[in-house]
Write a protein that binds this ligand. Structure first.
Ligand SMILES: Nc1nc(=O)c2c([nH]1)NC[C@@H]1CN(c3ccc(C(=O)N[C@@H](CCC(=O)O)C(=O)O)cc3)C=[N+]21
Length: 306
């Protein structure tokens, strides 16, 4: 009983939803290009030669081009100084062809990621990491929001519909990149939000009360089947590289095989990851629209001017 093996949680197909979102972005880019003669541009900065980061950056570049946008890749050597990186950011801030700027993290340890992020023009900060954007999100003002929680929000709405009001959402993890902005977005959608983390005393009990469970802890298999309420929607943000039978594979933070009684769950890979990149391009389009001066273009209803 309980963990009924005759019930199977629906997989939330992040890959498919990301493909659909990218198609819509591509269409919007064509329309905006026809209306303004300008093409949205995304600059991605990679410092050093971390192989995982290089793979992500290459994927971002490919998808930016596929969406009809301009991609500006800046690869800097591992020994780049803080000053050199800051001057590149300043150049990108004033470059008219660049509407979005992303500095790939993590940076080599001699560089200060916070100083670099805060140097980015907040209206080009497509990662949504600048304090101005964190403050805008916290106060419900228009801004740019972090890609991963934005993608999670879309996946949750796809599983539950637009009306999340009154649902209890539990978030595992309190990072600035996922946990905190996720909590803000769910509060903006009128959920009751609980954030648990490594120092929480009754994490499993709290998770068992979640209608929506978002897990961003970075610990493979942390969330077990008996932490999940039957019928809950489970969003697994974890991407953990593990060795199994001599092969490398990716697993999430949720023991996926034990979650059959959930209503729906994101697989890893193929869940949150693909949505993150699609949301990066969505944010670039948002930044581009808000950059355009009078008259207002669709998507610039707030009349965002700089
Ligand atoms: N400034 C900054 N912004 C980021 O958004 C950022 C970053 N730095 N540093 C690294 C992380 C990681 N990240 C991922 C994006 C897509 C997948 C993704 O598409 N994953 C696929 C699998 C990809 C594969 O197989 O390698 C999936 O989950 O299905 C994963 C991870 C963005 N990050």
């Amino acid at each position: 009983m309980g963990m009924d093996r005759f019930i199977r949680a629906a997989d939330i197909d992040g890959k498919q939803l990301a493909t659909e979102l990218l198609e819509r972005i591509k269409t919007d880019v064509e329309i905006l290009k026809a209306e303004t003669g300008v093409v949205p541009g995304l600059a991605v900065v990679l410092v050093g030669d971390d192989p995982a980061s290089a793979v992500y950056v290459a994927s971002k570049h490919r998808q930016t081009i596929a969406a009809g946008m301009k991609s500006f890749e800046h690869r800097l050597q591992a020994g780049t100084t803080q000053n050199d990186l800051l001057s590149l950011v300043h150049r990108l801030n004033v470059d008219q062809q660049v509407h979005g700027i992303l500095v790939q993290l993590p940076l080599p340890s001699h560089l200060d990621p916070n100083a670099v992020i805060q140097a980015i023009n907040p209206d080009k900060d497509v990662d949504g990491f600048h304090v101005s954007n964190a403050g805008r999100l916290a106060t419900g003002s228009p801004g740019l929001v972090p890609c991963t929680p934005l993608g999670c929000m879309m996946l949750i709405k796809n599983a539950l519909g637009e009306h999340l009001s009154g649902s209890h959402a539990v978030i595992v993890g309190k990072s600035n990149i996922v946990g905190k902005p996720m909590a803000q977005m769910l509060m903006n959608a009128h959920c009751t939000v609980t954030v648990v983390h490594s120092q929480t005393r009754n994490t499993a009990d709290l998770c068992r009360t979640a209608d929506i469970l978002v897990v961003a802890a970075g610990r493979p298999g942390l969330v077990r089947g008996d932490w999940i309420k039957p019928g809950a929607v489970v969003i697994d943000v974890g991407i953990n590289r593990i060795q199994e039978d001599g092969k490398t594979k990716f697993v999430g933070d949720v023991a996926y095989g034990e979650a059959g009684h959930a209503r729906a769950i994101t697989p890893v890979p193929g869940g949150v990851g693909p949505m993150t990149i699609a949301c990066l391009l969505s944010n670039t389009l948002t930044a581009f629209r808000r950059h355009q001066p009078w008259p207002l273009l669709p998507g610039n209803e707030q009349g965002f001017l700089r």
